[in-house]
Design a protein around this ligand. Sequence first.
Ligand code: HEC
Length: 226
Amino acid sequence: MGFRYLLMAVLHFAFAAGPLWPGPPALADEPSNDLIEKGREVFLTVAGVGCAECHGRYAEGDLGIGPFNRGATEANIRGALQKVDPMKIIRDEMTDEKIVQVAAYFRWMGELQLVKTMYKQGRFIANEVSIYPGTAIQLAVQNASFEPHTFASDPMGIKPFRVNSRDFGDLTWRAPDNEGVFELRCTDCGSDGKLTIRVSRSAKPHVPSRPVLKSQAATSSSEGGC
Ligand code: HEC
């Protein structure tokens, strides 16, 4: 994927993020929303690339450059900034303040199970997911079509949210403690495509991400990173 395209998408989202950001679910011992939102901005934009450029938009490591690192701690991040060569390009811009902000965002991401889907040509890919009751998810919708679209689900309590063409939107949702089947739909697509979310005890429970960092596995250094 072209760097410029990705950068545009990232910047674009940074400006469009407001209304798509209903705030995280109430998690125990949670850093303030303000800190998380600032951290998200650092994650998406720092040094013109953001962490997202290498670690993936949701820190899921899907680009094959930087690894999945949702849940990385402040110590992990400081260690990586020192030791990971490609991360040199952001090092100078990562002030203490930004490190604290981005660490809050990583911690918050680590608590949430990432559920990603893409809307394309009238359907969702993936179009069905199973999650364990009570799980808090970060639900990310990529709109891969050429028009902006609106997505919503009354039963899930998800108010209509718009995702621009070739862009991403995400929100948080906590599954109920009882089993059930929910649907997210595109409200202005004129198609009957839907994302089915099964809340089921047979789903794999989400384990909050606490990545075992290579450096920690290899040595007993407390610094983390790579
Ligand atoms: C230019 C690409 C690039 C950017 C930008 C980048 N990273 Fe990395 N990052 C990497 C690579 C590559 C590794 C893995 C290095 C290795 O495994 O040796 C890594 C590793 C890490 C690790 C250690 C993960 C582990 O499992 O060992 C953390 C934590 C991390 N990065 C955080 C961040 C944060 C926070 C940002 C943004 C502030 C960021 N990175 C931006 C490329 C990048």
